[in-house]
Design a protein around this ligand. Structure first.
Ligand code: DC
Length: 227
C-alpha cells in the first residue's frame, strides 16, 4: 500500500498494548516508530539516579535545574539511551513505573519531552505512541487511534512482561500500579490522558496484533482513499 506522508498518533492507558501495536504498524508501513513514554521513563530514571525523588515519592525542585544535563537519544534499534547507553531494562522496572506518572505530570518535564518529540517527529512518516500525542503533541496528526483494553487483559499483559524481564511482582501490585497510573495520567492538570475528539477507538482486548493492523490498514484506505 502506498501510504501518504502522515503522522499517526496512538494514545491509550498503561499496558493497553499500544506500543506493540504502534511498533508493528510502523514496521508494516515503513514508518519511524517513536515511544514517547520511554522518554518520560528516562527522565524518571535520571531523577532517581540523581536522588531527586525521596522515599515518599516527592520530587525535588532541583530536577528542573538539572534536566538539561539529561542526554537522551534513541539507538538505531529504537532503544532508549542515556549518555549513549541503553537503559531499556531499568526504565521498564517497577521502581520507574511506580514513579513515572508523578514525574510526567510536572509541566517543565512535559515541555522538555515535547521539545524532543517535535524534533524527532519533524520529518513525518511516523507512528508515535503516548498519552497526549493526538491531543497536545501532534494535534494535527492525520490519523489518531485511541487504544483500550479491559483491565484484566491489561494487568495480565504487564504481569507477563515483567516476569519475562525477571521481575517478580504479584498480580495485586501490578493491578494497583496500573490503576494508580491511570488515575494520575487522566487527572493531571497538564495534557491529561484523554481521547482526542477525532480519534478512532481500538479495543484490542480480543484482537491479535495482526488483526489490529488489518483494522488500521482498512482505516487508512478509507480515510485517504487508497484502494
Ligand atoms: O507508555 P508508558 O507506560 O511507557 O508511559 C510511561 C508514563 O509516561 C505513563 O505513566 C504516563 C507518561 N506519559 C505521558 O504522560 N505522556 C505521554 N505522551 C507518554 C507517556
Amino acid at each position: 500500500m502506498q501510504t501518504p506522508d502522515i503522522i499517526i498518533a496512538v494514545d491509550g492507558g498503561a499496558s493497553t498494548g499500544k506500543s506493540t501495536f504502534a511498533r508493528s504498524l510502523a514496521a508494516e508501513l515503513g514508518f519511524l516508530y517513536l515511544d514517547s513514554g520511554a522518554i518520560y521513563r528516562c527522565v524518571t530514571h535520571f531523577a532517581l539516579q540523581r536522588k531527586l525523588i525521596d522515599s515518599s515519592g516527592a520530587v525535588s525542585p532541583e530536577l528542573e535545574n538539572v534536566l538539561g544535563e539529561l542526554d537522551f537519544s534513541f539507538s538505531p534499534e529504537g532503544h532508549a539511551c542515556i549518555d549513549g547507553k541503553s537503559v531499556e531494562r531499568s526504565i521498564r522496572s517497577l521502581k520507574v513505573s511506580s514513579r513515572v506518572s508523578v514525574i510526567s505530570a510536572l509541566p517543565y518535564v512535559r515541555r522538555f519531552v515535547d521539545e524532543i518529540l517535535h524534533r524527532l517527529g519533524s520529518c513525518g512518516r511516523l507512528v508515535m505512541d503516548g498519552r497526549d500525542i493526538g491531543t497536545t503533541v501532534f494535534p494535527n496528526a492525520e490519523l489518531k487511534i485511541f487504544v483500550t483494553a479491559s483491565e484484566q487483559v491489561r494487568a495480565k499483559r504487564r504481569y507477563d512482561e515483567m516476569l519475562s524481564k525477571g521481575e517478580t511482582p504479584t498480580m495485586e501490585e501490578v493491578l494497583a500500579n496500573l490503576r494508580e497510573r491511570d488515575y494520575i495520567d487522566s487527572h493531571r492538570a497538564t495534557s491529561p490522558l484523554r481521547k482526542a475528539d477525532d480519534a478512532f477507538v481500538l479495543d484490542n482486548s480480543d484482537l491479535t496484533v495482526r488483526e489490529e493492523i488489518i483494522w488500521t490498514l482498512g482505516l487508512i484506505r478509507g480515510k485517504f482513499g487508497i484502494l
